[in-house]
Design a protein around this ligand. Structure first.
Ligand SMILES: O=C(O)[C@H](O)[C@@H](O)[C@H](O)[C@H](O)CO
Length: 470
């Protein structure tokens, strides 16, 4: 059966991020990012690769914009590379970096595709992580004539302020042509995987001592909103990762574990923005700085709220009888974590092993309306997608079709959702998984960098044509 009809002004788009597609990491004055440094660490990336070339989008962006035009989407969510614009994360701006996004934005507008930049998608300038300035060097320490300052990346409050200064620089250059802005991508994942478990850059395994990185990202978001508004922006959102948390059983232990997981992965990153408070007093007490004042900055009203949805999480209490530390998604969890994610059974799985649960997207949106009510601005699904191999990808078509129906169910139930962005336009560098996981609508041959639209690309093009016919 054909897809239900979405509103005429529904925003259809696709998403990517700079570190995952651009390549050209040493070109035109770009500084080093935390992911450049992380990928240089042996065994950090499963297939031993790095993002030095990725899909070479930096040189092939015209071809990629032509693929967007061919798809018929109304918008393209990409990210701006902070180290390409401000190589050391603070101080000197790199004009050649801004020139690249000028060219990309002009190419998009000429193709009738709205540019939707994310200011930060995990590629923290390495100099902010290590404190080295004047040419980031892996491993920290200062070299004569180069100097060093407090490092620590998002563990450091300064990084929030440097982020706002960078946001202002980008808005000053692109604000005349960009209407819709995204401050951060998934602060929850960066906090958990980058600072908590060490699975992602910068590779810190601080467990609960990672919490300051959460607060400083949210503060950076708030300060960036102020900077964008000061430049006249009127259409600002964030792209937060969310998914329902299901208790593994009705036992008190499992319910408590699931509730804590939901606080740490969902509510810790939504409540401060939408309710102006942290979901838990004890947790808030662990955070550095004038939290109450910071919350005023963090909770400035947004014009819309972005949700990245992939899957629900089944959570139970750690199994005391378990032989070793709990594992989840190939990540060994620190024993002090009072919860353990469990595998969701009896569901189809993507080639990444993720369960396919479209109805959980409906559940998530209804629960958000329930919890945040009038504090929830219009919603955009800023990412949804799946990893499957092959140019012929019927499973991806089935996945997208089912999630669009689930989204339409939430719309019909009155949730104010205004758009949907597929992750991703093309296969790309899937972080610690390297190039082994393919999320694209367009296949990339990493030897020749040839782009080949997959059957899902054609399906989405026809679907959008059909929707436009109305
Ligand atoms: O959600 C994320 O983790 C990121 O935003 C993307 O960069 C990922 O590549 C995608 O989600 C697939 O995992």
């Amino acid at each position: 059966t054909p897809l239900p009809r979405f509103p005429r002004d529904f925003l259809w788009g696709v998403s990517t991020s700079a570190q995952q597609i651009e390549g050209a990491v040493d070109e035109d004055g770009r500084g080093r990012s935390a992911w450049d440094a992380f990928a240089d660490g042996p065994g950090r990336i499963k297939d031993g690769s790095d993002a030095r070339v990725a899909t070479d989008h930096y040189h092939r962006y015209r071809e990629d914009v032509a693929l967007l035009r061919g798809l018929g989407v109304g918008a393209y969510r990409f990210s701006v590379s902070w180290p390409r614009i401000v190589p050391d994360g603070r101080g000197a701006v790199n004009p050649a970096g801004l020139d690249f996004y000028d060219r990309l934005v002009d190419e998009l507008l000429a193709a009738g595709v709205e540019p939707v930049p994310t200011l930060f998608h995990w590629d923290t300038p390495q100099a902010l992580e290590t404190g080295d300035i004047g040419g980031s060097i892996a491993g920290g320490g200062s070299v004569a004539g180069r100097g060093s300052v407090a490092g620590g990346g998002w563990l450091a409050r300064e990084t929030s302020e440097h982020f706002a200064a960078y946001a202002d620089t980008v808005a000053a250059r692109l604000g005349d042509r960009v209407d819709r802005w995204i401050t951060l991508n998934e602060p929850a994942e960066l906090t958990l995987l980058g600072y908590g478990l060490g699975q992602h850059a910068p590779g810190r395994r601080l467990v609960f001592d990672a919490l300051p990185a959460a607060h400083h990202q949210l503060l950076g978001h708030g300060l960036a909103v102020q900077a964008l508004r000061a430049r006249g922006a009127t259409n600002i959102g964030i792209a937060n990762s969310h998914g329902p948390t299901w208790p593994a059983s009705r036992t008190e232990a499992d319910s408590a574990a699931a509730a804590l997981y939901d606080v740490l992965l969902n509510r810790l990153f939504a409540d401060p923005l939408l309710l102006g408070r942290y979901p838990d007093e004890e947790l808030a007490a662990l955070l550095p700085g004038p939290v109450a004042d910071d919350l005023k900055i963090i909770s400035q009203p947004l014009d819309w709220y972005g949700i990245n949805y992939y899957q629900p999480t089944l959570v139970g209490a750690p199994d005391p009888a378990a032989a070793g530390p709990a594992e989840f998604g190939g990540i060994s969890l620190p024993p002090e974590l009072p919860f353990a994610p469990r595998e969701i059974e009896d569901r189809p799985r993507t080639d990444f092993g993720w369960p396919v649960v479209p109805e959980a997207l409906t559940e998530l949106l209804l629960s958000f309306r329930e919890r945040y009510g009038a504090s929830l601005p219009p919603v955009l699904i800023t990412e949804n997608g799946c990893a499957y191999d092959g140019v012929e990808d019927p499973d991806r078509i089935t996945f997208l079709d089912a999630h669009l129906r689930a989204l339409h169910d939430a719309l019909s139930a009155g949730v104010d959702v205004r758009g949907y962005f597929v992750w991703s336009l093309m296969d790309n560098f899937e972080w610690a998984e390297g190039y082994a996981r393919r999320f694209g609508l367009v296949h990339i041959d990493y030897r020749t960098l040839t782009r080949t639209p997959k059957s899902s690309y054609h399906w989405l093009r026809d679907t959008l044509r059909d929707q436009a016919r109305g």
